[in-house]
Design a protein around this ligand. Structure first.
Ligand code: PHE
Length: 465
């Protein structure tokens, strides 16, 4: 059943445009900044294996679920559930997604601001050093400031806001289509340099040789959270983008392509960073600063490094911007469609809200450093509660909705483009995943994260141990 809602609604204009935009949402600071530092902090290769498992069994099915819901309803994250279940509270899942968009943007714009700032620092030559102390100092000085990081955060919001105001086709699609391939090429260049550094082998074995003794509950939770964050799922961004996707796109194929390319970019970022970590004597578990302190040393050790360094930060800024467009689009689509705001006003209100909230994340390295929520500063609090709590919870409900509530035949119709693609077997596997594997898997990980070992508890209850 199709829902004839907004007939004049904008959408992506070509298959290439769809892939570029969806991949543009997935690829971002998650690959280049977060993936390396979370991998570094959680012990390397074993973490990556768990991450890939989470991606395949949980992230990918949730992504497909969101695309199906979005394309079927042609509506925003909240509206989509209202179209499908007008009298039930499922729309709250979309509401939580809108909230998540604000919380993610709060810290994301802060990091994106550092990246924007680094473009200029790289151009001025102040990052040209292979001395870890020097590159660390540049980073510390930036983030512990007040005016400078706030200024860049505002610039980020103005840039993304302007593109969003231009609309889906002329804004999002046009920008992402050109710049994604360029980022890829540049990553290849850095990888070659990184792999030829003395000591590269140690970095590679950290990345690819698993040590399973390093796996703990919090490592698994971090892997699950990263899978959600990476694929931009669990908060309705993929429902919103799915709503702009044409009727003839093969959705399962598209989700798979996006997940594979995204993973490739993450691994390439890992290959860019870890050999340098070991070659220049950094600690792999440096946390959020990792990218900012290691990448300058890689470039500084190669010919024309200064030029490449500028290019690298420009492209990372672009990747971050592509991801932020999808984050902004969630509240903007919600406000324009559910509350009939103009696109311009919806965007302005959204970036204003994010700016206010986001300043607390930015200042959590300086004047707000002593304020903590549940033992975390603002920045870490927004990051942790979204990736490790809100997105997985959203994922459970989206999967349950598609698995149990929407109706098997509706799911099949949408996944097969009304029977045009013969993919019954795939649909069956998908249903098993969203009905059982995704919800049960996430609940076990979340409970374990709260220190509740449910399997141990059951075994005890049954008198087995
Ligand atoms: N996937 C993006 C990244 O890795 C972040 C993101 C999360 C974007 C959630 C949209 C929604 O950078």
């Amino acid at each position: 059943m199709k829902h004839e809602k907004q007939k004049t609604r904008e959408g992506f204009s070509s298959s290439i445009g769809v892939i570029a935009a969806v991949l543009g949402s997935a690829v971002g600071l998650g690959n280049i900044w977060k993936f390396p530092y979370v991998t570094g902090a959680n012990g390397g290769a074993a973490f990556i294996l768990i991450y890939l498992l989470c991606l395949a069994l949980v992230g990918l099915p949730v992504m497909l679920s969101e695309h199906l819901i979005g394309r079927n309803t042609k509506a925003n994250a909240v509206g989509a559930f209202k179209v499908l279940q007008p009298r039930k509270p499922w729309f709250l899942v979309g509401g939580a997604g809108v909230l998540s968009a604000f919380l993610i943007m709060a810290f994301y714009t802060s990091v994106a601001g550092w990246i924007y700032a680094y473009i200029f620092k790289a151009a001025s030559g102040s990052l040209l050093s292979t001395n870890p102390q020097e590159t660390s100092l540049v980073f510390k000085t930036l983030v512990s400031g007040v005016g400078e990081p706030l200024f860049w955060q505002v610039v980020v919001l103005l840039v993304t806001g302007t593109i969003i105001m231009a609309g889906v086709t002329k804004g999002i699609e046009r920008v992402t289509k050109v710049l994604m391939p360029l980022l890829f090429v540049l990553l290849i260049v850095i990888d070659i340099r990184s792999l030829t550094l003395p000591g590269a082998a140690e970095g590679l074995s950290f990345l690819f040789k698993p040590d399973f003794s390093k796996i703990t509950v919090s490592v698994v939770l971090a892997a699950l959270g990263l899978a959600f964050f990476k694929l931009s799922v669990g908060m309705g961004a993929m429902i919103t983008y799915g709503s702009y996707v044409g009727e003839n796109e093969n959705l399962p194929k598209m989700a798979l392509k996006v997940a594979l390319s995204d993973t490739l970019v993450s691994l390439m970022a890992g290959i860019a960073i870890f050999p340098a970590v070991f070659a220049f004597g950094f600690e792999p578990d440096a946390g959020p600063p990792l990218l900012f302190i290691t990448i300058p040393t890689v470039f500084s050790s190669m010919p024309f490094g200064g030029v490449f360094m500028v290019l690298f930060f420009v492209l990372t800024a672009i990747a971050a911007t592509g991801a932020m467009l999808s984050l902004l689009e969630v509240p903007v689509a919600y406000l324009t469609e559910q509350h009939h705001w103009s696109r311009r006003n919806a965007t302005l209100l959204t970036i204003l809200g994010i700016g206010l909230l986001g300043s607390t994340a930015t200042l959590s390295n300086s004047i707000l450093a002593n304020i903590t929520l549940f033992g975390k500063n603002f920045f870490d609090f927004y990051d942790f509660t979204t990736s490790n709590v809100l997105l997985p919870l959203g994922g459970i409900f989206i999967a349950l909705f598609v698995g149990w509530q929407w109706g098997q035949s509706n799911v099949y119709q949408e996944i097969s483009n009304n029977g045009q693609i013969a993919n019954k077997g795939l649909a069956r596997i998908f249903l098993i995943l969203v009905r059982y594997v995704v919800p049960v898997g996430i609940i076990l990980v979340l409970l374990a994260g709260l220190n509740i070992n449910i399997i141990g508890f059951l075994l005890k209850l049954l008198g087995i141990v």
